[in-house]
Design a protein around this ligand. Structure first.
Ligand code: KG4
Ligand code: ZN
Length: 341
């Protein structure tokens, strides 16, 4: 029998300082996440310089804790994995530098991981039976991509947003209706008390591929609604606006995803990224997939938002293919999916 592969993974591309130990790509031995959200809430969004400094403060302790929780030392580890892009360059550099220092000190190989590949791979942890090919919708604060996962580490982008990411739209609308940052979880919560059909916001279509997305029109429609209501001294029911906006996003995400499943004739569909923890979205996909007899996969909510376990899962499949990075690995803020360092 092949020996177990234990990977120490690091993630620091935005505002979570995270480290995890993952065995054979699917078994999480530890998953430590230090969220900086409270710090950035004061400013209404992530401040890159503050994020970088906080990552530096926290990274060593978070890595130590990941090893402690797994009851392991570096001697038990086979490789160090790290997110090297895309993301904020300062935050990425902290993780990449830490990974290189640990790998150099312990004589371990490094595996650099694409952040979105990590989000997609979170599905391998929650769903041990999931294997490619499948279609995956990646919806996070920075990305909205419909991806065909042809094999481990092999991706074809079927559609993407031409303006705002879905999570970004959630965050902007939340700010406009006075919910604050981060908007996604707050809109999710108040939407439960609102009427999703109270207002009809546009399900924007864009030119180009029918699988591409656009969220800026939908966001502007919400802002226009709010401005008009305020000018006319009409009452704004926060829960109704939140629920109607969320419904518009859900309709577009589900519609495009099911079209992709049809177009590529694939009977497995997965969601990933921070927005994939949205309860309304999960329920809508559950139903749509059931109707189509498509098998539906999703990571547990804690593995949807940024974490290092998903990076360890992605790294495993690269590691077994023989992928290794050198001490010259650099942070690449605009790294494309499928592009290799
Ligand atoms: O994947 P993630 O943690 O970081 C990025 O790689 O961007 O995603 C963060 C995004 C934020 O925009 C946040 O508002 C959104 O995911 N989000 C949600 C929910 N939880 C997080 N959006 C909708 N509903 C949620 N429950
Ligand atoms: Zn992310």
């Amino acid at each position: 029998m092949a020996t177990d592969v234990k990977i120490l993974a690091i993630e620091s591309s935005c505002d979570e300082t995270a480290a995890a130990v993952v065995k054979n790509g699917r078994e999480v031995l530890s998953n430590v996440i230090y969220s900086q959200i409270d710090l950035h809430t004061l400013y209404g969004g992530v401040v890159p310089e503050i994020a970088s400094r906080k990552h530096i403060d926290k990274i060593n302790r978070v890595v130590e804790k990941a090893l402690e929780d797994a009851n392991l030392t570096l001697k038990d580890i086979d490789a160090v994995a790290v997110t090297y892009g895309p993301g904020l360059v300062g935050p990425l550099l902290v993780g990449v530098s830490a990974a290189k220092a640990i790998a150099y000190g312990a004589g371990l190989p490094i595996v650099g991981v694409h952040h979105i590949e990590g989000h997609i791979s979170a599905n391998y942890i929650t769903n041990p039976q999931l294997e490619p090919p499948f279609v995956c919708l990646v919806v996070s604060g920075g990305h909205t991509h419909l991806v065909k996962v042809s094999d481990y580490g092999e991706y074809e982008i079927l559609g993407k947003t031409s303006d705002d990411a879905a999570g970004e739209a959630f965050d902007k609308v939340a700010r406009a209706i006075g919910l604050g940052y981060p908007g996604g979880p707050k809109i999710d919560k108040v939407s439960k008390e609102g009427n999703p059909n109270a207002m009809k916001f546009p399900r924007a279509k864009v030119g180009g591929s029918e699988l591409d997305f656009s969220f800026s029109g939908m966001k502007s429609a919400v802002l226009n609604y709010l401005n008009t209501a305020r000018m006319n001294n009409e009452e704004i029911v926060q829960a109704d606006v939140a629920a109607s906006f969320q419904q518009a996003v859900i309709d577009v995400l589900v519609g495009h995803s099911m079209a992709a499943v049809d177009m590529y004739n694939i009977d497995k569909f997965a969601i990933a990224g921070g927005v994939a923890s949205n309860s309304g979205l999960r329920a809508a996909f559950e139903e749509a997939c059931k109707e189509k007899k498509v098998e539906f996969f999703r990571p547990e909510p804690i593995l949807c938002t940024d974490n290092a376990a998903m990076i360890g899962a992605a790294a495993y499949y690269e590691y077994v293919k023989g992928v290794r990075h050198g001490l010259d690995l650099n942070a690449i803020p605009n790294l494309k999916l499928g592009e290799k360092a």
